[in-house]
Write a protein that binds this ligand. Sequence first.
Ligand SMILES: Cc1cc2nc3c(=O)[nH]c(=O)nc-3n(C[C@H](O)[C@H](O)[C@H](O)COP(=O)(O)O)c2cc1C
Length: 408
Amino acid sequence: MSTPSSTESESAAILGAPLVLPSGVVLKNRLVKAAMSDSLGDGAGNPSIQQARLYERWAEGGVALSIIGEVQVDSGFPEKPGNLVLGSQSDDALLRQLTDAGSRHGTHVWPQLSHAGALAHLPVSQPAGPSALDLDGLQCDEMSVASIEALPASYAGAAKHAQSVGFSGVEVHAGHGFLLSQFLSPLFNRRTDHFGGSIQNRCRILLQIINEIRAEVGPSFAIGVKINSSDQLDGGLTEEDALVVVSMLGEHGVDLIDISGGTYFPGAASSSDRRSAGPYFLDFARRARTVTGVPLMVTGGFKTRQEAADAVSSGAADVVGLARTLALDPSLPTKWLSPAGGDPEFPRFTSPPPGGITAWFTMRLDALGNDAADAYAATVDEAVDVYDSRDAARVATWKQAFGETSGS
Ligand SMILES: Cc1cc2nc3c(=O)[nH]c(=O)nc-3n(C[C@H](O)[C@H](O)[C@H](O)COP(=O)(O)O)c2cc1C
C-alpha cells in the first residue's frame, strides 16, 4: 500500500479545518454541497421521503453544509413544481424530518430562499420581474412598487419559518437570473425608480431583504447570499458592479457570500450546464476578497481535491461549493478529508441539448434519494424526457395546493 504524499495529507488538512461564520455557526470543514434544485418536493411544496434520504446521504458523506436549492418564498413564482415552499401550507413535521436527516453528523442544512420572478415556471405562474419583458422565450410583467416592497417581509417570514423547523441558516438566492439577480442585472431591470439605474439602486431590495431577515432571525442564525460574479451576457451584471454588491453585502451582517455566475436567460450559458475545465470564478473571488471581510464560498467547476485545497490555501475561497461532484459521489467529503483522497469520474456527454446536463444531474439526485444510483444509466435525452414529464405531471398537484397562479 502506498503512503500518501505530504501534499495529499496537507490537502486533507486544509479542507478539514473548521470555519466559524460571523453569526457563530461553525462549519466543520470547507466543503459545502452547493444549492441544487433537486425537484424532490411532493408537488405541493413539501419534502418527500426521498428528499430527506438524499440530504441524509450528504450528511453521512461528511459535508459541512448542504444548501437545498430553490426553496420558494412565494408559491406564485417557483422555478419548478418540485420546489419546496416555506409558507402557510407547509407541513412542518415533514420539514423537520428533512432537517433532522440532513443535519446528522454535525452537518448544517440551509434552504436557498428563492423567487424565480421573470423565470417562474409558466404553467403554474404568471412571471413578473423588475421590468416587463417581451423577448424571444421570455415574457414577463413588471412588478408594482407595492409587490417589491412586500418582498422583505416575505423572505423574512420564510427565514423565520426555516429557523423554526431546524435549519441553522438560509442562503438568499441572488444569482443565475432569478428574481434578485434580475434586480441586480441591467438586462432585466430597466426601472427608472429607486429600484433601478445605479448598482446601489439595483441592490436596494436585496439589502432590505437581508436587513429584514436579520431582524427576524436574530444574530446567531446564518445568512448567506449567492450572487453572480457576472451574468456572462451582453448588457447584464458586470464584474465591476458585482464587486460593489460584494462590498455592500459586507456592511449588512452577511455570513457567507457564495460566488457563481451565468443565468438561465434563454440561450445563455448556465453554470450547471457548463463543461469547461477547472474552477470557474476564482479570479473574481480574489478581487472580491479585496473589498470584503465576509467569508467567501466559490462554487463552480471543482472536480478534484487538489483544486479545492488550492482554492482555500491560496486564500481565494474560505469554503468550496460543490454541486455536480457531490451528485456523482455524496461521500466525497469523507474521501477528500482522508489522506488517500479519490476524485470522482465525470460522465462524458456528446452534444447535450441546452439544459440536458442539468436534467441528467437532477435525475441522478432522484436516484440517490431512492438509493438506486448504482443502476442510474440514463442518457441525457432520456433524463430530459423524464425530467420534463415529471414536472408536467406535478402541475395539477401544485395548482390544487396553491391555486391557478397564486403569486402576489
Ligand atoms: C441539477 C442541478 C441543479 C441546480 N440547481 C441550483 C439551484 O437550485 N440553485 C442554485 O443556486 N444553483 C443551482 N445549480 C447550480 C450549482 O449550484 C452550481 O452553481 C453549478 O452547478 C456549478 O457548480 P458545479 O460545477 O460544482 O456543478 C444547480 C446545478 C445542478 C447540476
